[in-house]
Each structure stands twice: as C-alpha cells, then as structure tokens.
Design a protein. Structure first.
Length: 394
C-alpha cells in the first residue's frame, strides 16, 4: 500500500483495544478503593443488564459542538464505576478484609450491588448528573454512597415539585430545607465536612417548624409576620413597634429575651403550646418538647436529631472544623439529613398531592433500607473500629 493510499484509508478503531484501555484506566483511577477485576466485572454486568436503549437513555452519547468546546459529557463508565465504588465502600465500613473479600466472591452480594447501581443510574437526572467530575479536596466520595446520593435526589425532586404548580403555605421553609440540604450534601461531596454542620443545624430548625406548621396552615400568617420582623430588625437593628407591642403581651412572661421571642414568638398562637412547654418555650428545644408530646406514636427522629443538633454548635461557632475520622462526619451529617429530607419530602408530597416516588421507584423504601445499614454502622462506632477502617483504607 502506498503512503498516499494509507493516509486516505479510513481509520477503524479496534473496539476491543479501546475497551481494554478504558478498563485499565478505570482500574488505576479506583485502585486504592476497590479491587480492579471486581470493579470491571460489576461495571460490565451493569451495562449488560441496562441494555443499549437504557444506557443511552440515562447517558447522553450524542456528539455536539457544546461538548467539544466545554469537554462536558456523560462519561458513562466513569460515573457507573463511581456509583459501584460508593455502594461497595458504604457496605464495607467496619468489615474485616476477609469479610470484604467474601462479599466480593458472593454471587448474592454481586447481584444486589448490580441492582442498587442500576437504581442510582435510573435516578441520575436528579443525582450524579449534577456532581463534580473530581472532588475539590481529596478524600472519600461520600456523595456517591447510597444514602447521601438518594437524599440529594430527593432534594432535587422536591425543588422540581415546588416549582411546578401553586405556591404552598410554607414554601419558604420548604425551600430553606432544600437549599440547606443540597448545600450540605455538596460540601460532603467535596470533603468540606466540618462546614456542613451549620447547614444541618439550620435544616433541622426549619424541619421542626415545618412539622408544626404543616398541620396548622392558618398559623403560617403569624409565622410570616415574625419572619418579617426578623428581616426588619436585621436591616435597622431596632425592634419594630408592632413587635414590641406583641412582646409585652407574650404568654410566657418569665422569658425575657426579645431575640428569642423574635425567632419563636409565633408559638404563642399554637393552642395548648404553653401548657405542654414550661421550659424555654421560645426556642428550638421548646418546639421539640411540644412535638414529642404531640407525636408520641410517630417516629420523627426527634430524639436522634436533638442530640446531633447539639453537636453542631462547636462546628457552627468555629471551635471544630474536622474530626480525625471523616467517616464519622459522613455518619452524623447523613443521619441528620435523612430525618429532615425524608420527612420534609413526605410533607410536601402530601400537601401537593403527589406520590412519594421518583421515576417509578419507591425512594422512601430505598432510603429506609440504606439508613438501617448506616445507622447500624454508626451504633458500632468506636476508636478501634475507626482506626481499623482507616488502616484498611490506607
């Protein structure tokens, strides 16, 4: 063949060679987190189970000038591998090397890993499509762990529900929960762990208010009045005259703080509130005491949340930024967001008369399943287990 003929001969790529090169690159990228042969085996089975039509449904392989200019694309295999690694790592916390290897050899475990990976892929238009290609700070990719991923998905879904249709009575609180949740989970993604706690704290406060107001829509008028007082005070640094008049008529005269009343004075309009709450009525803890009394037969995570809420203070005031064990942050932040996001989603779906499903998947059953795994690990936390976990990961 002449040189000119060779240059004119169309280039036909060897797909097997390309696949092998891609697999080798993926093995190198994730070699510190998962066995290469195991990762590629699961990835190939996931793609096979999805089929071509579904793969092209969830990942955009089309060429465009925008992709050429920005370099932004679906990166399907990379995304699928990150999901696999996230699920496998989350399930392996505190397991011994032998237990991890046993799972990697188990057909039952591999089948479940494939099923859960496809679950996440089916929801990626609410999830990993928004994630960074690389984390800002090096560390574990916690947002690809099952429960944080699902909570991010729910938060995005709530935002779309709110923007579709009429404005609901507590829309500002719903948006507040969504903003804090997505912000906090995004910090988890970038391993900015300590800075997520103030957002968790704010999300908890808004969630508690929603639990009170969602069943009392008429109370939103008074809540919004006090919210307007807060805005006015932040602008002029003086309390409005109407607020001062209401403060003089407050029900609990023992409480002397105007600042506390500014944030929680609206509770005076809740029937029976002060009969239940005798201590610190104009505070988060007063609302918690009231909700505990009102919801004795419901599991709203209040006991768990109040303990973790207290732990947020040191991070909020700058005393602590990070702990020795990042996985402890993953536990605490995810547990707080689980209770807040799960219950807020159910409240919003009920108000908007929408099924609590995402693309046909029962997201509540999914988060409950993965929460149980995480919470069992959290209950088994100890210095010894943390040290062993990070020695295994190093």
């Amino acid at each position: 063949m002449k040189e000119q003929d060779f240059l004119n001969f169309p280039f036909i790529p060897d797909l097997e060679v390309i696949m092998e090169q891609n697999n080798n690159a993926l093995k190198r990228m994730f070699q510190e987190r998962i066995k290469g042969y195991f990762l590629i085996n699961i990835k190939d089975q996931v793609i096979k189970a999805l089929g071509f039509d579904n793969l092209t449904k969830y990942y955009d392989f089309r060429w465009s000038e925008e992709k050429l200019v920005t370099g932004i694309g679906g990166a399907a295999e990379y995304d699928i591998c990150r999901i696999i690694v996230g699920i496998h790592k989350a399930k392996s916390i505190f397991l011994s090397k032998d237990e991890i290897r046993k799972n990697e050899k188990s057909n039952r475990y591999k089948k479940q890993l494939i099923v859960e990976t496809i679950e996440k892929i089916r929801m990626r238009s609410y999830g990993s499509v928004y994630f960074r290609t690389m984390t800002l700070f090096r560390g574990e990719e916690f947002l690809y762990y099952p429960l944080p991923y699902e909570l991010f998905v729910i938060s995005v879904r709530m935002n779309r529900i709110l923007t579709d249709g009429h404005v609901c009575g507590c829309h500002q609180l719903y948006y507040g929960v969504i903003y804090n949740s997505i912000s906090g989970l995004s910090l988890l993604e970038d391993n900015l762990l300590g800075t997520a706690y103030p957002l968790c704290r704010g999300a908890i406060e808004m969630y508690l208010k929603l639990l009170v107001l969602a069943s009392r829509p008429e109370l939103c008028i008074q809540y919004n009045k006090f919210r307007a007082f807060e805005v006015e005070y932040s602008c002029y640094r003086t309390y409005p005259e109407d607020f001062n008049a209401m403060f003089k008529k407050r029900i609990c005269k023992i409480a002397k703080s105007k600042a506390d009343f500014l944030h929680f004075g609206w509770v005076d309009y809740i029937d029976g509130y002060h009969k239940v709450v005798k201590k610190s009525p104009y505070s988060v803890y007063g609302i918690i005491a009231f909700l505990k009394d009102e919801n004795k037969d419901k599991n709203l995570g209040l006991e768990c949340l109040v303990n973790l809420y207290k732990s947020c203070h040191a991070y909020t005031h700058g005393s602590i930024q990070t702990a020795r064990y990042p996985v402890l942050h993953y536990f605490e932040i995810t547990i707080m967001f689980y209770w807040v996001i799960r219950q807020t989603f159910l409240l919003l779906c009920k108000e908007k008369k929408v099924e609590p499903m995402i693309d046909g998947q029962d997201i509540i059953s999914m988060v409950d399943r993965d929460f149980q795994v995480l919470y069992n690990q959290y209950q088994n936390r100890s210095t010894e287990n943390f040290d062993r976990y990070y020695n295994l990961s190093s």
